[in-house]
Design a binder for this molecule. Structure first.
Ligand SMILES: [Zn+2]
Length: 310
């Protein structure tokens, strides 16, 4: 089953749903932002997100029309993971693991300057639009906010029968970081954002390894420039992060194995396809790579001063 998932994230969207999967990259850039700032809170990056809940007329809290509580808990999980919060599933004490200093905030102001919960519910059965596959462009037809001011997340009303078969997708940022060509870089007029089938958004009791909200953590890593640790399936050119043990094969499940250099791979890394239950690490090099993107990619950098945060 897990191999099937791997196959699907890499191929199904291309072959069946006619859309390419995301791959990404990690860098060796060093970021001295934190070291020069005496107040660690000053170095936090706050990023506004909008969750577009796409449903088919179900009442709020039923099926794809996810409850507000579940959405808020998902954002909380995202922050537990990115901030490596003690007492949560996102904590680790690995010597290469770190606090990303990145926090996500449900938007407080919408594109018209009006107060918002950061949650937009849309009944897509009322629309008559072309089917553009499992893609950002498809879901943006229903609801989309300016990607330089908000991180767009769509929860999609895919059928429950494909739980665990189709997980998330993310567009990537175009920068001069090595491995950027492996990301899903949007064309100039393409929509940017993250797609998560509703079953995998937040916590649930579904019978699947992806039920603790880590699909969003993984996809947000892609959105901020991270690659899978195996990236191009090459021991020499993988994720461009020195502190993620090199591996040239997909990593899934919960059992570590020996990687390229004879050391054990990092099974708990968020950028694997590992079980949600055991994921808990972004490494310092991965964090540096995300900071580089936030400092150098115009669209991502603009997020930190978005009116959506106020
Ligand atoms: Zn991925």
């Amino acid at each position: 089953m897990s191999y099937l998932l791997t196959f699907i994230e890499n191929h199904l969207s291309k072959i069946i749903l006619a859309f390419a999967l995301v791959t990404i990259a990690c860098s060796e850039e060093e970021d001295d932002l934190k070291s020069v700032d005496p107040d660690p809170d000053e170095a936090l990056y706050y990023l506004p997100v909008v969750v577009h809940v796409l449903h088919q007329g179900e009442p709020v809290g039923e099926g794809p029309n996810l409850s507000t509580e579940r959405i808020q808990r998902q954002i909380e999980i995202l922050n537990e993971d990115f901030r490596r919060k003690e007492g949560t599933r996102g904590f680790n004490n690995h010597p290469d693991g770190g606090d990303t200093k990145i926090e996500f905030v449900l938007a407080k102001q919408d594109p018209n300057g009006q107060p918002t919960s950061g949650i937009v519910r849309t009944n897509i059965s009322l629309f008559d639009v072309p089917v553009l596959g499992y893609s950002q462009n498809n879901y943006a037809q229903y609801s989309y906010w300016n990607s330089t001011q908000y991180i767009n997340i769509w929860t999609t009303p895919l059928d429950e029968s494909i739980s665990c078969l189709v997980l998330g997708l993310s567009t990537g940022p175009e920068t001069d970081l090595p491995g950027t060509h492996l990301l899903a870089i949007p064309e100039p007029n393409d929509a940017e954002g993250i797609i998560i089938p509703w079953m995998h958004f937040g916590e649930s009791t579904i019978d699947c390894h992806a039920r603790f909200g880590r699909t969003l953590t993984h996809e947000m890593g892609h959105y901020l420039g991270l690659l899978h640790p195996w990236a191009g399936l090459d021991c020499e050119f993988n994720d461009y992060c020195d502190d993620t043990p090199a591996v040239d094969d997909f990593v899934w499940g919960r059992t570590p194995f020996v990687g390229c250099a004879g050391d054990m791979i990092m099974i708990g890394n968020y950028m694997n396809y590992s079980d949600d239950e055991i994921m808990n690490i972004f490494t310092n090099d991965q964090i540096s790579r995300m900071h580089y993107v936030l400092d150098h990619h115009a669209g991502r950098h603009a997020l930190v001063s978005s009116p959506g945060l106020k």
